[in-house]
Design a protein around this ligand. Structure first.
Ligand SMILES: Cc1cc2nc3c(=O)[nH]c(=O)nc-3n(C[C@H](O)[C@H](O)[C@H](O)COP(=O)(O)O)c2cc1C
Length: 184
């Protein structure tokens, strides 16, 4: 549908299509959103890989090392946003989420599907962000105990479409995902 951006339902569907593409297609821009957290009132941003997007539960998954700063921040404040700018579709997507940090038995099935080379990024020693004497003075032992899935339950979606005319739409869990137009 070429005019997806003209209706609230069209925008909502397109957001979920885009997130699905991000999970499935390594080259898609939605594969690597910016993921932001807050620590001591200060914003933090970094790139992550979008690992799962479930339109039924409105949840997104990120895989990370338990030792990273973002996990400490999420323990302090469980809120995170995802940001995607899809130049081809002229679409900015912002997603406000509340994050559960899942580990151990709860993520054993997911770990089983993480390929060996990718496992190495979980369990870096010393833990990520530690000052080291030289650039390569660290080890990557692939440690299941350090593997965490950040399950991010979306509470609010903000979409901005920069077509010939600008359109901005909001969707919220509290409104049962019924959309509203916003001034852009
Ligand atoms: C393309 C790309 C993909 C990344 N994917 C992830 C990821 O899926 N999970 C993750 O924890 N870090 C990922 N990183 C590394 C983070 O951006 C960040 O450097 C690291 O997690 C430490 O962040 P923190 O100290 O803010 O927690 C990725 C970085 C890049 C450049």
């Amino acid at each position: 549908m070429s005019d997806w951006f003209k209706t609230l339902d069209g925008i909502h569907d397109r957001i979920w299509q885009t997130l699905g593409r991000g999970v499935a297609d390594r080259k898609h821009v939605a594969r690597t959103p910016t993921f932001t957290t807050v620590r001591d009132g200060k914003p933090e941003a970094r790139t992550i890989v979008l690992r799962a997007a479930d339109p039924k539960t409105h949840a997104l998954d990120v895989h990370t090392d338990l030792g990273t700063a973002k996990v400490a921040s999420l323990r302090q404040s469980p809120h995170a946003t995802f940001h995607i700018w899809d130049q081809k579709q002229r679409l900015q997507i912002r997603l406000l989420t509340t994050v559960d940090i899942l580990t151990g038995d709860a993520v054993a099935d997911i770990w089983a599907n993480v390929p060996d080379p990718a496992r190495e990024v979980y369990g870096t020693r010393p833990s990520p962000g530690t000052v080291i004497p030289d650039a390569l003075d660290y080890k990557k032992p692939a440690d299941f105990e350090s593997f965490a899935v950040l399950r991010c339950a979306i509470s609010e979606i903000d979409a901005l479409h920069l077509g010939d005319e600008y359109r901005r739409a909001a969707f919220a869990r509290s409104r049962d995902w019924q959309g509203q137009w916003l001034a852009p």
